[in-house]
Design a protein around this ligand. Structure first.
Ligand SMILES: [Zn+2]
Length: 90
């Protein structure tokens, strides 16, 4: 069984303070996250192994955006999203 079957997926956005490496301005950016929320119960067709894995599974979110465009109008350069953890357990 695909581990994705353990979770219901949705998307959310969360603000993060990021520093542009080019102009050094700090702004808040809405980053998109994929939320994988553990289901209350396993879907049908699960075997022993699925049950064991499901018991250990945890809800988590994965960062979708890896780049943002600088909000400084005189800069507007794209830069990598660093300093943000790309996976968070919820
Ligand atoms: Zn910039």
């Amino acid at each position: 069984m695909d581990e994705r079957a353990y979770y219901s997926e949705s998307q959310t956005t969360k603000p993060a303070m990021l520093n542009c490496p080019y102009c050094k301005s700090q702004e808040s950016y809405e980053l998109r996250w994929m939320v994988r929320k553990k289901k209350d119960r396993l879907p049908g067709g699960a075997d022993e192994r699925d049950r064991a894995k499901f018991a250990k599974a945890q809800s988590y979110m994965v960062l979708v955006d890896d780049k943002v465009a600088c909000k400084n109008l005189r800069c507007r350069k794209q830069f990598d999203v660093s300093d943000v953890k790309t996976i968070a357990f919820i």
